[in-house]
Write a protein that binds this ligand. Structure first.
Ligand code: ZN
Length: 111
């Protein structure tokens, strides 16, 4: 407790509140927050850490890998196939396909 200036009443008051477990000083910024057991980081920093965590390339890569794995699952593949079959059956989709086909055909004929 020697690092605390004796005259600094505010700091003393805060230290007292910390020792009474009324408040906690955030471990990554200067914010005090209501004491909650096991909680050492304020909500803001926690959110920030969380965001940073998902921005980390390794984590991103892991998530992409997980997603790839997920999409390789037979039940997921089946659902995807079903969806795309349905999608291909839509009239606007058919029209678009035919349009593209005719366009390509026309280009080929022009060559
Ligand atoms: Zn904080």
């Amino acid at each position: 407790m020697e690092i605390i200036d004796e005259d600094d009443e505010e700091v003393k008051r805060l230290m007292l509140r910390i020792s009474r477990k009324e408040i906690t000083l955030c471990d990554s910024c200067d914010t005090f927050f209501d004491y909650i057991p096991q909680k050492t980081t304020c909500d803001e920093c926690k959110k920030k850490k969380h965001r940073e965590y998902y921005q980390c390339p390794e984590v991103k890569e892991r998530m992409r890998e997980y997603q790839r794995e997920y999409q390789q699952r037979p039940e997921v593949k089946a659902k995807k196939r079903e969806y795309s079959r349905e999608y291909e059956q839509r009239p606007e989709r058919k029209a678009r396909k035919r349009e593209r086909y005719l366009h390509k055909k026309k280009l080929r004929e022009e060559e």
